[in-house]
Every structure is written in C-alpha cells, then in structure tokens.
Design a protein around this ligand. Structure first.
Ligand code: ADP
Length: 562
C-alpha cells in the first residue's frame, strides 16, 4: 500500500481511485464502442490508468499541463478522467459538438498541450483545425490504431501497452487544478471554468448523498450526459467513488443503444438531458423492451417536461429526479424531490413540486435578487436572479477578468474580515443568470434566463412560460420567445414559431390562444413563422441568433397587419 504523504489529508481524487480499485476490483465498467461492447473490471481500469499516466509522462506531460479530450462516453475517456489529474495535470474536456471557431477558441484559450481524441468526427475536427491550434504538441487517438493523416498522431492503445502499471502518483494538492470545462456559449463566447481536486471531491460526495442524487454501490449507473459536457455531471467521479458498476453508451448514444444497455446490463440509474428521454419514450412506444431494472433517471440541462415525467412514472415505474445546474456549479446544483412530509400528497401535487428545479444541493447557499439588488420573497411568484455560492461553485472564469466582474458578486468588505483561509472559496456569489421564483417550501423554479427574460416597462415576462403555452397549441411544433427592442417599453416579446405542415394558424390566432393564460401585456407583440428554431451545440434554443435575425421589424408579423 502507498505510504502516507504530505498531502494525504487533502481532498484529492487519489482516494477515489484507491477505493474503486482496492475495494471493488471485480466491479465492471462496460462501454459500447464501434468495435462492439467492451467490458473490464475496476482492477483492469486501475492498471490501465497507471499505464496511461506513465505513457503521458513519457510523451512529456508534466504537472500543470493541460490534457484536452475530444471524446464520447467510454472506458478510455474514463481512464483519462483519472490519469491526468492524478499525475498533477489538468483534464480539459472539449465539447466535440461545437462549431470549428468555438473549438479553436477553446483549445487555444486553454493552451492545451496534448489532445486525446476519438476517431471519426472528433478526429476530423482536430485534423481540420490542426494548423489553427497554437499550443498542442501531441495528438493521441483513442483507439487501437491511427487514421491515415498528415497530423502527427499516436494510438492510445500503443501508449497504454508501452508502459507498465507501476506508475507512482506524485503528491497533489487539493487546490491543484484537476479539470476544466467551457460553458457552451448559449449567451456569448464560451468561457472556461476550472475545477480543483477539492471541488471535484466535494461535488462527488454531494452527488453521492441521498440529499442530492444518492448513488450506492449496488447501483448500475449509465451516464448518458456526454463526458464532454460538464464532466458528464461529474458522474464518472461519484460513481467510481461509490464502487458501482458503470455503463457508458459510446459514440452513438441513440435510443436503441440506451435501451439495449439498460436491458442487458441491468441499469438502475441514468442521467441526461430531456430530449434523450423523450426519444427513449418514443422508442419504447414502438418496441417491446424490458426496462424494469431502471429505477431513476436524473434529468437536467433544461427543464424536464411534466408530461414526460408523468409517463415514465405511470408506465414504467421510473422516477425522474429533476436537477438544475451549470458549468459554473459543476452541474448538479439542485434536485427536486418532495420533502418527507409531502409523502401523502396526491400524485399531481407532488409532480408539481418535482417538475420545479428543486432544493439547493447540500453544501450550497442561495439568494434571489431583483434588478435593484434586493432579495425577493419566497412566495412562488416574485421573480429574481438566482445567486449561489459554495465549495463546488466556480470563483472566477479562466482568462476573462471582464466576465468575472459581471458574473460574480464580490465579497462585501464586512464579510472579508471574518473569512478564514479555508472558508475563502465559498465567499463569492455566482450570478447564475437564471431568473427564478422560490416557493414557501424553498423549491426553486427557473422561469427564464436573465438574458432571455423580457423586460417590458420595468416588469418581467417569462419567455419560457409563453413558449410552454405556445407549444400546447395543436398547430405549433416549436416555439421560442425572444425580446425585441421597443421605444416605449424597452423590450417586448416576439414569438418565433414553427407550425405543423399544412397548419392554418396566423399570428392573431396564436395571440388569442395565449389570452386564456396570460394578461394582455404578456402577449407577444410580434410573431415570426420560421422553418426551424436555431439551436446551440448542446441543443438549447439559440436565442442570440434569433434576436439578431429579427431585430429588423420588417421581418416580423405585427398585430393589425395583413
Ligand atoms: P450554457 O450556460 O452555455 O447554456 P450550461 O450547460 O452551463 O451552459 O447551462 C447552464 C444553464 O442551463 C443554466 O444556467 C440554466 O439556464 C439551464 N438549465 C440547467 N438545468 C436546467 C433545468 N433543470 N431546468 C431549466 N434550465 C436548466
């Protein structure tokens, strides 16, 4: 066994690795790959993580270097999740779905030293951008062999096979940087957020507790949220720490693949964005599949639709844990579960609570403030921006001092004097950019993003509420509501709507439909009929593009016009 070290008491990833490989060596890690289903044990994983670290060391990766990854969810990527931070380097997971300009910006901004890249589309992106990358020294293709290319590459399996599993971990400090993710850029160019060992440790423990997600050794966990998106909500760390069997869906996580993994591997817990679970429901409607092992799905990233939650519960006896979070909170910042005294509430009342974004995760604090910086009451109605802080909340953006000033609230002078060195990291409030209400029971509900909420004559209109109602119209397939400038009211809502083929509905008809639910001043002034709502790389509505596209009033339908 390893000797205790100077940093043995630090909150680092080392005990995660130790616990999984020493206490649960027989547990399985299963991955769907293009070459078929791959399966090995935590013991094998442990050996390969050490060999990978030795291999990275041999190609010059040293403490503080950044190891970028372009990868889907599979065992090799999991190995990198441990090898890089444990050897004192920093794992930077790059979103493989971003456009070229964003990828170039992210890799150069982070100054990645080495890239570990999946074959196929992710490698093609690297190949295309190779001449534009400024800092990358080595490209390792996460495969047995390498593609035919002009980029200097080596095969991951050669790197692992060429080095023995005796690699000894150096001392790492809990404040050392272990991870890095960029926000997906829904509201501007991507911004980098760095995670220290201590942050990952704290987040994983939080996720493991029943007060957040609750992960047990007996669970079989399938993280569907990509490992390039907020570290798959940090599941690869929490699940390994728990010693649970893990199942990774590989480069094509479509509904058929997910359902077959649930059936074959006995998945009990899985996690991903709402669209994934809508696709799975559609698939289950048309196929005879046995998903009876499944107990819970963590759904987040955008709001979990109530109808989808209800169907999983009623038809499949699967409960949905609706979670909220962001890159800056390392993902899981709140989860919605009824409190114990709500147990005898009827199903619909419980569903109303569970479809909110929920209760702040243990370890965090929040406040909700209006435009004047005043805290709003917890009455379920008053809107304000959600501020959060705690050990798993980023304190700053990498390389972006101007964004730091905008998006973090500095510590008031009076608080500073009382803050100890150890408490320093929980002192700064992150302005989440989410507009929320909080009800009497403390449940947060996201009603909009600060940049999307429509500020009309000093009052706020929720674009999400309008969208949800519009989508309930039988002729509407998609609806995104954005603010457009207005001389008198500063901003007014514009509805961008995709209608069903052959539908016979006009702007006036849609406004009339909305009058049943909303006061007059909430009704969109304009309606634009579009072929498709533009989306970001993570599938969210790209409202920035819509706002720009429809700035010109000529392009919109306005009441009173033909
Ligand atoms: P980006 O900010 O670039 O979209 P993130 O992936 O960090 O990238 O997204 C975080 C945002 O996603 C949150 O601030 C919030 O607006 C939205 N979000 C996350 N989870 C939920 C949820 N359960 N319901 C509604 N919105 C959510």
């Amino acid at each position: 066994m390893n000797e205790p070290t100077a940093h043995a008491g630090d909150l680092t990833l080392r005990p995660f690795f130790w616990r999984a490989t020493e206490l649960f060596p027989e547990k399985a890690v299963v991955s769907e790959t293009r070459a078929g289903r791959h399966r090995y044990t935590y013991a094998d994983f442990g050996d390969r993580v050490r060999s990978l670290a030795a291999g990275l060391d041999a190609i010059g990766v040293t403490e503080g270097d950044r190891v970028g990854t372009f990868g889907w969810n599979h065992h090799r990527h999991l190995e990198a999740y441990y090898a890089a931070p444990l050897m004192g380097a920093q794992l930077h997971t790059v979103n493989v779905l971003l456009g070229d300009d964003h990828v170039e910006h992210i890799v150069n901004d982070a100054a990645d030293d080495v890239l570990l890249v999946d074959p196929g589309d992710p490698f093609e992106t690297v190949e295309r951008l190779w001449d534009r990358f400024e800092s990358v020294r080595e490209v390792v293709v996460m495969s047995d062999d390498v593609p035919d290319t002009d980029v200097p590459v080596r095969a991951y399996e050669d790197l692992v096979a060429g080095h023995d599993a005796e690699y000894e971990w150096p001392d790492v400090d809990e404040d050392q940087r272990a991870g890095m993710c960029y926000s997906s850029g829904t509201t501007g160019p991507p911004k980098g957020v760095e995670y220290t060992h201590k942050m990952i440790y704290s987040h994983a423990l939080m996720v493991m507790t029943p007060a957040a997600i609750g992960i047990e050794e007996g669970d079989v966990v399938m993280p569907v949220v990509p490992m390039f998106h907020v570290n798959s909500w940090e599941f690869p760390y929490a699940v390994t720490m728990a010693g649970a069997k893990q199942v990774y869906p590989g480069p094509s996580p479509d509904a058929e693949t997910l359902v077959s993994l649930v059936e074959d591997e006995g998945v009990t817990l899985t996690a991903g964005v709402p669209t994934v679970w809508i696709d799975v429901l559609d698939y289950l409607d048309d196929h005879d599949a046995d998903v009876s092992s499944l107990e819970r799905i963590v759904v987040g990233g955008s709001a979990a639709p109530k109808g989808v939650m209800r169907r999983y519960e009623e038809e499949y006896d699967v409960s949905i844990d609706h979670a909220w979070g962001m890159t800056e909170t390392m993902s899981i910042g709140s989860v919605s579960r009824p409190k114990s005294w709500m147990a005898d509430w009827d199903r619909d009342d419980k569903l109303d609570k569970r479809s909110k974004q929920g209760l702040l995760s243990p370890g965090l604090e929040m406040k909700v403030v209006d435009d004047d910086g005043e805290e709003v009451p917890w009455d379920g109605d008053s809107f304000g921006e959600l501020y959060v802080r705690g050990p798993t909340v980023a304190q700053e953006y990498y390389n972006r001092p101007e964004a730091n000033e905008e998006e973090f609230e500095d510590v008031p002078a009076s608080d500073e004097s009382g803050g100890s060195e150890a408490g320093r990291s929980s002192a700064r409030w992150l302005k989440t950019g989410d507009i929320v209400t909080v009800d009497e029971d403390g449940y947060v509900e996201v009603v909009d993003r600060a940049k999307d909420v429509i500020k009309s004559g000093g009052e706020w209109i929720s674009s999400i509420d309008l969208e949800n109602e519009l989508i309930a119209h039988e002729d509407v397939v998609e609806a995104a509501v954005v603010a457009v400038p207005h001389e008198r009211w500063q901003e007014r809502p514009l509805a961008c709507v995709v209608t069903r083929e052959g539908a016979d509905v006009d702007g006036e008809g849609l406004r009339r439909f909305l009058t049943e639910e909303f006061p007059d001043w909430w009704l969109p002034d304009d309606v634009a009929f579009v072929d498709e709502v533009p989306k970001t790389a993570t599938g969210k509505f790209d409202k920035k593009t819509l706002r720009e596209r429809f700035e010109d009033p000529e392009l919109r339908w306005t009441p009173g016009e033909e």
